[in-house]
Design a protein around this ligand. Structure first.
Ligand code: PSU
Ligand code: MN
Length: 306
């Protein structure tokens, strides 16, 4: 077995990793399934730019022709964005079949963590992680992202957990699995579109340096698994708590009526919430990803110095 038969790392990312330069991984399901075209492509390209402006190298991850790709070209990002929902959403369980069949796949948080770890990337920026869905006590719909966080050594910078999920149960699951939830300059876990959720993070961290030190301590001590870095959306882009929660409740009701389940659930709810809020949720979503990219670059820069 040669890992090189499976994974293609772009020259830029490869040389950055070899020279211990800061690298930030980015997922591709957010491009294909998380946002509509063309905002998805514009956002993905802008996120890469923000990471560069903040002194790190971006590595957008996807599966193309059955190869695990680390570092995409603009054309490849555009291709995934245009194909949108036609691209397979690939989480941990999907990787073997997609690779074997030489197909394309957009990677979720879980599979992006797996590929980042294979490539040696420690910091990953996204919008929101998957979690325990509302009603999971009967549907058992718990995102594979959580199990991945339990075992794969990557820090995931996100804007907390969306209230399309059961935030309380998501935190319980993470606690059970020993995944630290660190709040960047916040005691309260942000809820994606809003800075507040009503739940506390495990530890408030004031600087990117402190977060990098916690990552190093965790992995030096052999405490395998990821870290959730929860970064609140900037105040000026946050949504009104009641407006967004009404929209989410309506979207969840509609998903139930239509029988939307499994991997289709998150993309359906995101698109529905956008429709109900007349696009405002998408604007917030884009801004919070930019904000996470910036923090992730800062963490990556601090981590390589330790
Ligand atoms: N949350 C978002 N946008 C997204 C996702 C989550 O705001 O695009 C995507 C991520 O790729 C995440 C996945 O890993 O949805 C979780 O899907 P599921 O719940 O089916 O595991
Ligand atoms: Mn699910």
């Amino acid at each position: 077995m040669n890992l090189k038969d499976y994974i293609i790392i772009s020259e830029e990312v490869k040389s950055a990793l070899e020279n211990n330069l800061p690298v930030v991984a980015l997922e591709s399901t957010i491009i294909s399934h998380g946002m509509p075209y063309p905002q998805n492509v514009e956002t993905a390209l802008k996120v890469e730019e923000i990471i560069r402006e903040n002194g790190a190298i971006p590595a957008t991850i996807a599966i193309l022709n059955g190869k695990l790709m680390v570092g995409l070209t603009r054309e490849q990002i555009d291709y995934l964005g245009k194909k949108g929902l036609e691209v397979t959403k690939v989480s941990r369980r999907d990787i073997p079949a997609i690779v074997a069949r030489k197909e394309d796949g957009a990677t979720t948080v879980a599979s992006t963590m797996i590929i980042s770890a294979l490539a040696g990337i420690k910091v990953f920026a996204t919008g929101g992680i998957g979690g325990v869905h509302r009603g999971a006590e009967t549907t058992m719909d718990i995102s594979a992202d959580l199990e991945e966080l339990a075992m794969t050594n990557v820090a995931v910078v996100c804007a907390g957990a969306k209230s399309i999920l059961d935030i309380g149960l998501t935190l319980e699951f993470l606690e059970t699995k020993g995944v630290p939830v660190l709040g960047y300059q916040t005691e309260e876990l942000p809820a994606f579109y809003t800075r507040k959720s009503g739940f506390k993070v495990d530890y408030k961290m004031d600087t990117a340096e402190e977060i990098a030190k916690a990552m190093k301590a965790k992995w030096d001590l052999g405490l395998s698994g990821g870290i959730v870095v929860a970064n609140p959306i900037p105040e000026e882009y946050a949504m009104d708590f009641d407006v967004i929660n009404d929209a989410i409740n309506n979207a969840i009701n509609e998903a139930e009526v239509k029988g939307i389940k499994g991997k289709a659930s998150t993309p359906f709810l995101l698109a529905k919430v956008k429709e109900i809020t007349k696009g405002k949720s998408l604007d917030s979503n884009i801004q919070l990803v930019f904000n996470n990219a910036k923090l992730a670059a800062g963490i990556a820069k601090n981590y390589i110095k330790l």
